[in-house]
Design a binder for this molecule. Structure first.
Ligand code: ADP
Ligand code: ZN
Length: 609
C-alpha cells in the first residue's frame, strides 16, 4: 500500500520522499485506521490524506473551515491532475447540481466541504449513498473550545462517526496543546486513533525580536533585504494597518492593506493581489491569514506583539511553508500589552483570565532572552534537541546582555523580599528606581535598604529586567494581582550560584546586515539567480492568465531547482522537485523554452543532473 502511495506522490506531485511522519500518517489513512495528526504549518498535512485518497477506491470527504482554503486546495489538486471539487455556499444551484452528479457518478477522488454544508440539510444522507473512502478533518483544533479558533459548527462533526461507522476519520491540525488533542479525539469520537505528533520546530524560520523605536526604519531594513519577495506585516489595530501601509507605499514599496473594517470586495481584492504577487507586502490585522496557503512568504513581521505564543506560532508560521528559509520578526513595545489588555477587558471573567495569562506569557517571552525556537517549543511541551538553534537573535548573539547581570538581579530579587513578596512589577520598579510616589512614601518603603538601588536606570528598563527574570523562572508572579515572588532559581541567583541573563537597555539600533542562515545559503546552492528571476516572472504571468495563485503553478522550491538543474528535456524536467506528470504537461514547454533561451544567451550549462 505504501509503495502505491509513493508512486502516486511522484507521479502527481513530483516528490521523491516523505516529510517526517507523513509515511505513518498515510499508512493510517490507507488502512482505514482513525488518526490524529499534529504537524506544524508546512509539515505537509494535506498530502497525508490526499495521496492515500488517490490510491483508494471511492471519494474522500474533506471538512475544511474556510472557503478560500478549500478553493486553494481544490485548485492545487486539479493543477496536479487529480479530480477534486468543493461544495459550498458561494456556488449557485447549477454548479452544486453538477458536483452532485460527479459524486453520484463516482468521478471525484476528493470532495471539500464546509462543516455547516455537510451537517446542514440532507447532504449527509445524500453522501451515504456515495462510495466514501475516508473522512479528513482539516484544522481540527476548531472543534475545541480550548483552541484559539473554536468554531461552533465543528461541534456537530461527531455525527460523522454515527453516520459512517465503518469509515475512518482522520483529524489534522498544526496547533494542539495536550488539552486540545484530547478534546479533538473526544469530540470527533475517534476510535482508538493513531496519534502522530511531529516536532513543532520550524528550523527554516529565523526568529528575531526587537523593541520598537522607529518602526518604519525597522520595517524597511527588513523589507529591503527581500526585494520582490512576499511578506506579511501584522499590526494590531486597523488604523495602524492603514497608516503603516500608506507610509510604505509612499516610499515606493508595493504594499496593500487588509483588515476587517474594509469593504468585503476591497479586502478580497487586496488578498488576491498578494496571492497573485501583484503586490509584495500585505499589511494586515490578524484577520488576514487563516486560509492563506501561499507557500513562498519569505518574511512575517509582527509590528505589534501578538496576544499569545500560540497566536504567534500560528501567524509567524505562515512564513516559509515551502521549507525554504524565511524570517520572522517581532517588533514589540510595552504599549502593545496595554492595547491587548484594553481589547480583552470586556471578556467573560474566566476567558479573560486565560487570555491575560497568555498575554503575560507572550510579553515575558518578548522581553526575555531564551532561545525563541525553544520558547515556542516549550509552549507545546517539546524541547529543542540542541543548545544553539543558530536561527534566532538570542542564539546568533545579536542580543546585548549585561556583564553585571548577577548583581543587578540580586538587587531586584532582594527588593522583592524586602517588600515581603506583596507587590507587583510596577511597584517593585518604582521602589528600585527611588520614586517619590505617594504610596511608597506612605508605606515608608523609601526607608528600605533596596530603595533607589537602581536609581540610575529608567523605570521602563527595570520593568523589562523583572520581565526577563520572570521568563527565566527566577521570579514567579502569583495571585490575582501578580505579586512578585522569588522562585527557586531566584534563590540560586541570590546565593551567587547562578547568573541569569539580562538585556542591556535599548540603544540606537545598529543596522546589522544579517547573514542568511546556513540553511538559506544551501537552498540557493548552484541556483542561477537571474534565471530564477526570469522563471518567477514567467510563473506569475502564467498563473495570472489562468486566474490562479502563482505558487500553485510551481512552488519556490521547484523554481530554484529549475534554475539549478536547468533542464531542457522532458526526462530532466520531470526530475525537478515538485514537478509531476500533469505540471510537466501543462507548463514544461514554456518553462524549458525560457531556460534554454537564458542558458544560451549566458553560456550556461544546461541539464546539470
Ligand atoms: P500543512 O498543511 O501541514 O501546512 P502543506 O500540506 O500545505 O502543509 O504542505 C506544505 C508544503 O510542503 C507544500 O508546498 C507541499 O506541496 C510540500 N510537501 C508536502 N509533502 C511533501 C513531500 N513529501 N516532499 C516535498 N514537499 C512536500
Ligand atoms: Zn535560538
Amino acid at each position: 500500500m505504501i509503495n502505491k502511495i509513493q508512486k502516486v506522490l511522484k507521479k502527481y506531485w513530483g516528490y521523491d520522499s516523505f516529510l517526517p511522519l507523513q509515511r505513518e500518517a498515510m499508512q493510517s489513512a490507507g488502512t482505514n485506521h482513525d488518526s490524529l495528526v499534529v504537524l506544524p504549518t508546512g509539515g505537509g498535512k494535506s498530502l497525508c490524506y490526499q495521496a492515500p485518497a488517490v490510491t483508494m477506491e471511492g471519494m474522500a470527504i474533506v471538512v475544511s473551515p474556510l472557503i478560500s482554503l478549500m478553493k486553494d486546495q481544490v485548485d492545487s489538486l486539479n493543477e496536479c491532475g487529480i479530480p477534486a471539487a468543493r461544495i459550498d455556499s458561494t456556488q449557485n444551484a447549477l454548479e452544486q447540481r453538477d458536483i452532485c452528479a460527479q459524486i453520484r457518478n463516482n468521478q471525484l477522488k476528493l470532495l471539500y466541504v464546509s462543516p455547516e454544508r455537510l451537517i446542514g440539510g440532507n447532504f449527509l444522507s445524500f453522501l451515504t449513498r456515495a462510495h466514501i473512502s475516508m473522512i479528513a478533518i482539516d484544522e481540527a483544533h476548531c472543534v475545541s473550545m480550548w483552541g484559539h479558533d473554536f468554531r461552533p459548527e465543528y461541534h456537530k462533526l461527531s455525527l460523522l462517526k454515527q453516520t459512517f461507522p465503518n469509515i475512518a476519520v482522520h483529524a489534522y491540525t498544526a496547533t494542539a496543546t495536550e488539552q486540545v488533542r484530547m478534546d479533538i479525539i473526544a469530540r470527533l469520537t475517534l476510535d482508538n486513533p493513531t496519534v502522530l505528533i511531529g516536532s513543532f520546530d520550524r528550523p527554516n524560520l529565523t526568529y528575531k525580536f526587537q523593541r520598537r523605536d522607529n518602526l518604519i526604519d525597522q520595517l524597511t531594513e527588513i523589507i529591503d533585504r527581500h526585494q520582490d519577495e512576499s511578506g506579511i506585516i501584522y499590526r494590531i489595530s486597523r488604523k495602524d494597518v492603514e497608516e503603516t501601509c500608506q507610509k510604505l507605499c509612499k516610499k515606493g514599496y508595493r504594499a496593500a492593506p487588509y483588515h476587517a473594517g474594509m469593504e468585503d470586495n476591497k479586502r478580497q481584492k487586496n488578498q488576491d493581489a498578494f496571492i497573485k504577487e501583484k503586490v509584495d507586502i500585505i499589511v494586515a490585522t490578524i484577520a488576514f491569514g487563516m486560509g492563506i496557503d501561499k507557500s513562498n512568504v519569505r518574511y512575517v513581521i509582527h509590528a505589534g506583539m501578538p496576544k499569545s505564543l500560540e497566536n504567534y506560532q500560528q501567524e509567524s508560521g505562515r512564513a516559509g511553508r515551502d521549507g525554504l528559509e524565511a524570517e520572522c520578526h517581532l517588533i514589540y513595545s510595552g504599549n502593545d500589552f496595554h492595547i491587548w489588555s484594553f481589547i480583552m477587558q470586556d471578556m467573560e471573567a474566566r476567558a479573560k483570565k486565560i487570555a491575560m495569562d497568555k498575554l503575560n506569557h507572550m510579553f515575558q517571552i518578548c522581553s526575555g532572552i531564551t532561545c525563541r525556537h525553544q520558547a515556542i517549543l516549550s509552549y507545546f511541551d517539546q524541547s529543542l534537541d540542541k543548545d544553539n538553534c543558530g536561527a534566532c537573535d538570542v542564539c546568533l548573539g545579536e542580543v546585548d546582555t549585561l556583564d553585571d547581570a548577577q548583581i543587578i538581579s540580586q538587587k531586584i530579587l532582594s527588593n522583592i523580599l524586602r517588600l515581603d513578596q506583596h507587590y507587583g512589577a510596577e511597584y517593585n520598579a518604582l521602589v528600585l528606581t527611588g520614586s517619590r510616589d505617594m504610596r511608597i512614601l506612605e508605606n515608608r518603603h523609601d526607608q528600605l535598604s533596596t530603595y533607589g538601588l537602581l536609581s540610575e536606570t529608567p523605570k521602563k528598563v527595570v520593568r523589562d529586567w523583572i520581565g526577563q527574570l520572570t521568563a527565566q523562572g527566577c521570579i514567579k508572579p502569583a495571585g490575582e494581582y501578580n505579586v512578585l515572588n522569588v522562585a527557586e532559581p531566584g534563590w540560586d541567583v541570590l546565593r551567587g550560584k547562578s547568573t541569569p541573563r539580562l538585556l542591556k537597555p535599548a540603544k540606537k539600533k545598529k543596522t546589522t546586515v544579517t547573514k542568511s542562515s546556513s540553511a538559506g545559503s544551501e537552498s540557493w546552492q548552484g541556483v542561477d539567480r537571474a534565471l530564477f528571476e526570469i522563471l518567477r516572472i514567467l510563473r506569475r504571468d502564467t498563473a495570472s492568465s489562468k486566474g490562479i495563485p502563482a505558487y500553485l503553478v510551481f512552488g519556490d522550491t521547484s523554481l530554484r531547482d529549475m534554475a539549478r538543474l536547468r533542464p531542457t528535456t522532458p526526462e530532466n524536467f520531470l526530475q525537478v522537485h515538485g514537478v509531476g506528470e500533469q505540471k510537466h504537461k501543462q507548463y514544461g514547454k514554456i518553462f524549458m523554452k525560457a531556460i534554454t533561451r537564458h542558458c544560451q544567451a549566458n553560456n550556461l550549462e544546461m541539464n546539470v543532473i
